[in-house]
Design a protein around this ligand. Structure first.
Ligand code: BES
Ligand code: MN
Ligand code: MN
Length: 456
């Protein structure tokens, strides 16, 4: 028997195990669920121990813990791979429009429906099961270090410090992460660029308390209006960002990369069908693919002010609030971007209100080197697992740790994602295509076997 045969034979059982993990609501953002996040960590640690990983521990951080486990039996002449994934999930409840309970996994139409099935428990679990299949059939040809975190969905704020503190323990030749997507089920993709993030909150304060809009409207600046006026000045008429110096550090695309990205552009019809919008938006000097992956953005993620209940209330609200975030590209710095936005907003804030911008979290953008030998192993693994070569693609989302691994440990990450854009990550009815789960395990096994042919 080979590891691949073993994985197929155990497939049903592996999925049942994944269901058990998916039942744990490990929502990292909500302090009420801290116990569930820990329970998920314990569940994974127990599975790693049962599979046969060594030195499995739940390592504390400043927040939710990291699950660590390793395999060194491949020996000093073999490569060492850091396997990163996250076991925390976004919040989910039936009211958001789920057709079944988000933490009660069900399989229908060839998909597993549950929060975290695609992002990222299902994808992370692929590597545990590839490891298990290899161990059951003669051993794993590379050394592994699992670093599975519980705070990715809230910005991995404590992970950078954790990596610094444990840099010696975490040394590796390369990192592998399955937490991204493919364009469609037939065409695998290796991601080589991720965007960074600066997430902020803007608080506008007007009068000391809510006022009668008849008695004061016209002589007191309405904070909801003032906020809208500020927000309206964040973009130029061409939809570029109006903050001075915002684009200073943006790495321009080469002509060659623009040519390659042009092939991957998103047809307007596809965007319409996928989202329900009738027209696209953005910087017309760039293709849609470029706008969502190689250009930075400034988004309003939430707005709050005044009366939003049923009927009418003639009120002049005392305050207004907006959540604002920027997706960043290489080589923008999240802290510097925060300071630029803060200073710009201060410069356009009228004396009739106060506006305060606070930084909530941030993460660096990342670009991965495509030329290394491990990347070639990944390409061959996809050819075996999928029967076709992967394309190299940029993603618009963020995985902050990729830049940290590069800066602190000096290693590149291979982003072998098995999700689909249509999986509903962060939204209702999140699901993972069952075929992707099994092909993902096959591909991961092949990846470790291919890496085993390369010496340290
Ligand atoms: N897995 C995603 C990142 C992702 C999404 C990569 C889509 C590629 C395509 C990850 O779990 C995520 O949601 N990241 C957050 C990071 C943020 C909280 C710092 C994101 O991108 O919003
Ligand atoms: Mn994820
Ligand atoms: Mn996510």
């Amino acid at each position: 028997m080979t590891a691949l045969d073993h994985a197929r034979a155990q497939g049903e059982q592996y999925r049942q195990q994944l269901h058990d993990l998916l039942r744990i609501p490990s929502i990292s953002t909500d302090p009420d669920y801290a116990g569930e996040v820990l329970r998920a960590a314990e569940w994974i640690a127990a599975d790693l121990r049962r599979i046969g990983a060594a030195n499995v521990e739940i390592m504390p951080t400043g927040g939710h813990p990291v699950v660590y486990g390793e395999y060194r039996a491949a020996g000093a002449n073999a490569l060492t791979v850091l396997v990163y994934g996250h076991y925390d999930v976004q919040p989910a409840s039936m009211e958001d429009g789920w057709d079944s309970e988000p933490f009660e996994p069900v399989e229908r139409d060839g998909k597993i429906y549950a929060r975290g099935s695609s992002d990222d428990k299902g994808q992370m679990f692929i590597h545990l099961k590839a490891f298990e299949s290899l161990l059951a059939n003669g051993g794993c040809p590379v050394n592994l270090k699992f670093v599975l975190e519980g705070e990715e969905e809230i910005g991995s704020a404590n992970l950078q410090r954790f990596i610094q503190q444990h840099a010696d323990k975490l040394t590796a030749d390369v990192c592998v992460i399955s937490d991204t997507g493919m364009r469609d089920i037939k065409q695998p993709a290796i991601i080589y660029a991720l965007r960074g993030l600066t997430y902020m909150q803007l608080d506008v304060q007007g009068p000391a308390r809510d006022l009668h809009s008849g008695g004061y409207g016209g002589m007191v600046h309405n904070p909801a209006l003032a906020l809208a006026q500020i927000i309206a000045k964040l973009h130029n008429a061409d939809n570029s960002i109006a903050v001075p110096s915002f684009y200073d550090d943006v790495l321009a695309l080469s002509d060659l990369e623009r040519e390659q990205l042009a092939i991957q552009d998103i047809p307007l019809e596809k965007l319409r069908a996928e989202t329900g919008v009738s027209a696209d938006w953005g910087e017309s000097a760039f293709t849609r693919r470029e706008r969502i992956s190689a250009r930075p953005t400034m988004e309003i993620n939430g707005l709050l002010s005044g009366w939003t209940g049923a009927g009418a209330k003639t009120v002049l609200p005392a305050k207004a609030m907006a959540k604002i975030s920027c997706r960043l590209v290489a080589n923008q710095d999240p802290q510097k971007i925060y300071e630029l936005v803060r200073d710009y907003i201060a410069s356009i804030t009228p004396p009739s209100i106060t506006a305060e911008l606070t930084l909530i979290n941030g993460g660096d953008p990342a670009i991965v080197d495509l030329s290394g030998a491990p990347m070639q192993a990944a390409v061959r693994a996809y050819e075996r697992g999928w029967g076709v070569a992967p394309i190299f693609a940029r993603e618009g989302g963020s995985i902050p740790v990729v830049a940290d691994f590069k800066r602190i440990l000096g290693i590149d990450s291979i982003l072998m994602g098995f999700g689909l854009n249509t999986d509903g990550a962060h939204g209702p009815n999140e699901h993972f295509v069952i075929e992707m789960f099994h092909k993902g395990i096959d591909t991961a096994i092949s990846f470790y076997e291919e890496l085993g042919k390369q010496g340290a």
